[in-house]
Design a protein around this ligand. Sequence first.
Ligand SMILES: C[S@@+](CC[C@H](N)C(=O)[O-])C[C@H]1O[C@@H](n2cnc3c(N)ncnc32)[C@H](O)[C@@H]1O
Length: 224
Amino acid sequence: MGGSGPRFYGRRRGKKLRPGRQALIDDLLPRLCVPAEGPVDPAGLFDPVAADVWLEIGFGAGEHLAAQAAARSDIGFIGCEPFVNGVAALLAQIAGQGLENVRILDDDARLLLPRLTDASIGRVYLLYSDPWPKKRHRNRRFVQRETLDDLARVLKPGGLFRFATDHMEHARWALRLAANHPDFKWTASGPRDWRRRWADGFATRYEEKGLAGPDRVYLEFRRR
Ligand SMILES: C[S@@+](CC[C@H](N)C(=O)[O-])C[C@H]1O[C@@H](n2cnc3c(N)ncnc32)[C@H](O)[C@@H]1O
């Protein structure tokens, strides 16, 4: 990424895409892409009109996003992911399952958040985002005061921010920042609420492939 935008530290490319996956990037992605510049009113991205719009940040290979989109055809989904092989994997699921309620920004979510209309998103998922365990790398974590300010602005009152991690220090970091943020309230009333995946949730690839450790934390914050 050039210019004065946020710096992305993850991978943008993995191994060379198979021709079928490359064709999805060339032909299907342009039809599903969120505009790369200018203000974005999420409601205007979906036809027929969606009952609500939910955002997934860092969808990886898109299993969770595709499962949510299949389960909730009334909801419009926006997924942000800079890793092109992951985007191609999601496109394969969209094409294979005939999903019509998914839009994609194949880039850093921090480039989209400031462009979204105020109070336009009903739910945000951030699942197993990179924990950047070294102390000197913590400023690379997605959850920072600034990103929480952006999430608070784009979430509707009562909207949900859901965060999962298997890294306890990362969980404490997110909890400290989000629970102390004036616009968010942690919804848990006991350990059962943060020890188990949400009842309407689906496994991510990270969970399915056993990449996630046994200690998993599911934090949910409600926009005041
Ligand atoms: C550890 S993986 C988890 C992927 C997926 N959520 C899962 O659970 O299987 C984290 C993902 O977040 C993506 N990511 C990191 N920073 C991001 C950002 N600023 N905006 C959007 N995606 C990001 C990475 O490219 C990577 O695919």
